[in-house]
Every structure is written in C-alpha cells, then in structure tokens.
Ligand binder design. Structure first.
Ligand SMILES: NC(=O)c1ccc[n+]([C@@H]2O[C@H](COP(=O)([O-])OP(=O)(O)OC[C@H]3O[C@@H](n4cnc5c(N)ncnc54)[C@H](O)[C@@H]3O)[C@@H](O)[C@H]2O)c1
Length: 438
C-alpha cells in the first residue's frame, strides 16, 4: 500500500512539468493551481533555479537526527547537508564528525558559519535549507514546525511531535497551513513507510480477518541511557541533556517510544481517535531521583465509540524480558502486525525482507517534493497518534478515565516559563488519585 493513501494531501497541479513546479519561475502558476495566491507561500526546493542541489538542514544532532540526515543522503544524490543546529555545540560537532566519516562525506558541506548552537539554532538552520529535519528532544517540535512552515520549508518531523495537548494543537494548525502552502510534511512514525506493515494492515482493512473486535499491543524494553550530571551544568541543562526522564521534554516513554505501537493501532483503526482511555502505571524500577519524573510502566485500555478496545502495555525495565508485538483480533481471524502475518480463514505471510523504512521515508519525501507522487502531509495522523499516547499517559497519571474530547481541550502546557540556562521545571512525580486532570 502506498503510504500516501493515509495522507490528508492534495495533489500537485496537473499539467505542469516537474522542473516548472519546483522552480521560482513556475511559482505563480503552481501557486494558482494549488489554490494559494502569495508567491511567498510557495514551497522552496531549489534556492536558485540553476542549481539542482536540495539543501537539507538538521535540527537536533543526536543519534536519530544524524541517522535521518544519512537516510536523506542515501536515497537522493542531489542532497547536500548544508546546516546543522543543536542546543549544545558538543553534540553538533560530534554529529558533524560522524557525517564526515560516513559514506556521503562529499555531500556534507557545513562550514563553521552554518553550524548553529544555542536556543535560536533552529531558526538559523531553517533559514538556510530547503528541507529541514526536526529531530530534537520532542518538547521543542511545535515551535520548530511552526517556524519551518512559516518559512515555507519542507519538513521531516520525528515523533512524537509534542508532549502536551496545546503542543499537539499548535502542530495540527501548522500542518494545515503546510497543506495550504503545498509543503511536504513527513512524520518519523516510520512503520507507516515499511512495506511489510503496509501489506499486513492492508489485509486487515480489506476484511481478511472480518470485523475488528479487539486490539492488543505491547512495547516492553529494557532501560536506556543516562548522561550524568556535571557541576557546570544548570538544572535546565541537566534536564535537557537527560531529556528522556522529564515528562515536559519527552512526554514520558509511552509518548516517546511506545507511540510506535499506539500509532500502528491507530493506523489499523483508520486514524479514528479512541473515545476514551483508562490506564494505570508507575515506577517499579526507576525509583532513583536521577530518573526524573517519568514512569517505567503503563497499562492502558483505549475504547472506541463502536466498543472496540485496545489493550496496550509498555515498560522499560532493565533485566526483564522484552516484547514488541501487536495483534488485531477480528471475527474471522487474527493479524500479527509486527510479525507480518494473518491467520484465520485466510493465512498470509509477508514474503521476503521488509524494506528499510528509514530510507523509505526519504524516498517518498523527495518524490513528494519533486511532484512525482501525491503530496505527503502526515500532519493529522502524527497529531492523533501523539495525542493518543498523551491520553494514555494522562489517564495513568491521574487515575481517571479521560475522553478524547477532554484531552483535546486540555490546557496543561508543560513549557517552562523561559528558555534559558538556569532553573528548570520542578520535578513532580504524578500520583494517580491525587494528580488532577487539567
Ligand atoms: N522514528 C524512530 O524510530 C526514532 C528512533 C530514535 C529516536 N527518535 C526520535 O528522535 C528524537 C531524537 O531522539 P535521539 O535518540 O536522537 O535523541 P538524542 O538525545 O540522541 O538527540 C537529541 C538531540 O537534540 C538536541 N536538542 C535538545 N533540545 C534542543 C533544542 N532546543 N534545539 C536543538 N537541539 C536540541 C540534544 O542536544 C541532542 O543532541 C526524539 O523525538 C525521538 O523520539 C525516533
């Protein structure tokens, strides 16, 4: 299945050749055809009509950001990495070094004046590229997506796209504007771009297992990294360096990691939001202060209006057994999404090796940017899946059954009063029954 079939995209204007669509001279024509009137609302791809280079910038030079830059280089020979941004110069420089030691060093062209650190790094990267990779700590994504859309840049946005409901609302709005501007917006919810998952979920959608009755998904892994504490770091720097363990920064592991499972289940449900969620969770192993305020396990029951239930669990416990799996139980069979198989009246297995989903995201992104396929705007589903994960977290933190509508309207904004190195948000671990929904 073509991932584009889940996109809320409009199509590139017909009857306009690719070069004309991309070039500045084709701008007015393309603008008219996609229903925009202002020339400055056009997507930028080539900064200079005689230059075929696609300038890619990276914001958030960690493991995934550096990986995404490499994926872009892997699949498109016109790509050059031209700008790097990270809050911290040391992170930026190690990513730069890795890219220069990689297979595509000849297309990594980031002089010192194009390497930006500090709080405004993202604005400078966005101003200097055609396509921007947004792969920082999740909290910062809404502001960065807004800025990239305002600047008319194509976007690859890692998951999750926010850590609270107001952040999701900002991204939803920005994604709609991206659509009006003809921009490509690809989500890092990578399974949507894996052929084996697409074919398995296609079979659920075409009725191979009958009507969906129940879903179950599990994301059980071990513990992750911790980057320590240095005397010279302010509390804000400490928290951002160790962002995973602070809810305002990561959204907790249900939002940061288990979103992949929730997203697959949302995809199965054709991205219809659940009506409500009841959940539990806590800190069984991560009891030390260094683990911030996030939980280490969640169990959630999501319920849709038609009575379909999703039983979801996730945990990060070092030394315990791991399991990443998801099942869809239907009236005539079962689909094992992670294992790419369908059993029941129809027995089906994915044949061969799945594609590299991380490269596939970029193949489709560039096809979209070049007008070689329907334009991709993954905005709606990346917002819905992020909000579903936040719904599960909030139900667990409060011990309340929370509806989707209540979650959408939540005004709990986890942002700190100021973005500066100094004090950071107070660490307060949620207690079900005491922590209030807001
Ligand atoms: N799709 C996937 O399979 C996948 C896999 C891994 C990570 N991710 C996502 O990618 C994102 C990054 O994860 P990671 O593993 O690379 O983490 P990481 O800690 O290695 O990298 C994050 C980087 O962002 C930087 N950063 C933090 N705040 C910033 C800001 N305001 N401006 C600029 N840079 C800032 C950090 O200094 C760090 O270098 C997360 O959202 C994560 O969920 C997705």
């Amino acid at each position: 299945m073509d991932p584009g079939s889940q996109d809320s995209s409009t199509h590139p204007p017909s009857g306009i050749d690719r070069r004309t669509f991309l070039s500045a001279s084709g701008g007015a024509l393309a603008a008219a055809a996609i229903g925009t009137t202002a020339l400055d609302a056009l997507p930028s791809l080539v900064h200079n009509s005689s230059d075929e280079t696609i300038r890619v910038g990276l914001v958030g030079c960690g493991g995934r950001g550096t990986g995404a830059a490499t994926n872009a280089l892997n699949v498109e020979p016109r790509v050059k990495i031209v700008a790097l941004g990270d809050l911290f110069a040391d992170r930026l420089e190690s990513s730069h070094k890795d890219l220069l030691e990689g297979d595509h060093a000849d297309r990594v062209d980031v002089p010192e004046e194009m390497r930006f650190s500090g709080w405004d790094n993202f604005e400078k990267v966005i101003d200097n590229c055609d396509v921007v990779i947004l792969a920082t700590t999740p909290h910062f994504r809404p502001e960065q997506i807004e800025k990239a859309v305002a600047a008319g840049k194509h976007i690859f946005a890692e998951k999750p796209i926010a850590t609270d409901a107001p952040g999701v609302a900002r991204v939803r709005q920005a994604a709609r504007i991206a659509d009006q501007k003809g921009l490509t917006l690809v989500s890092g919810l990578c399974y949507r771009y894996q052929d084996s998952k697409q074919q398995t979920i296609d079979r659920v959608h075409d009725g191979s297992i009958g009507d969906i009755v129940t879903l179950q998904c599990t994301y059980n892994t071990g513990g992750l990294w911790h980057r320590g504490r240095k005397d010279e770091w302010s509390e804000m720097e400490y928290q951002i360096r160790n962002w995973y363990y602070f809810n305002w920064l990561s959204g907790d592991h249900i939002t940061e990691q288990s979103i992949h499972s929730i997203d697959k289940m949302m995809w199965v449900m054709k991205d219809t939001p659940p009506a409500k969620c009841t959940a539990s969770g806590g800190r069984a192993c991560r009891t030390d202060e260094k683990w911030g305020d996030i939980y280490d396990h969640f169990n959630c029951v999501f319920e849709w209006d038609n009575g379909t239930k999703l039983f979801h669990s996730c945990r990060q416990w070092s030394g315990a057994d791991g399991d990443v799996s998801d099942y869809v139980f239907g009236t005539r069979g079962t689909a094992a999404i992670q294992r790419h198989r369908v059993d029941g009246e129809v027995n089906w297995r994915f044949d061969g090796s799945p594609n590299d989903m991380y490269d596939a995201e970029w193949i489709e992104l560039f096809r979209s940017v070049k007008g070689e396929r329907d334009r991709i705007n993954n905005g709606e589903y990346m917002c819905n899946s992020t909000l579903a994960a936040i719904l599960g977290r909030t139900a667990a933190y409060t011990g309340k059954t929370i509806t989707w509508d209540e979650m959408v309207k939540s005004e709990l904004d986890l942002s700190p009063p100021a973005y500066e190195f100094g004090p950071a948000p107070v660490v307060e671990i949620a207690r079900p029954g005491t922590t209030k929904f807001s």
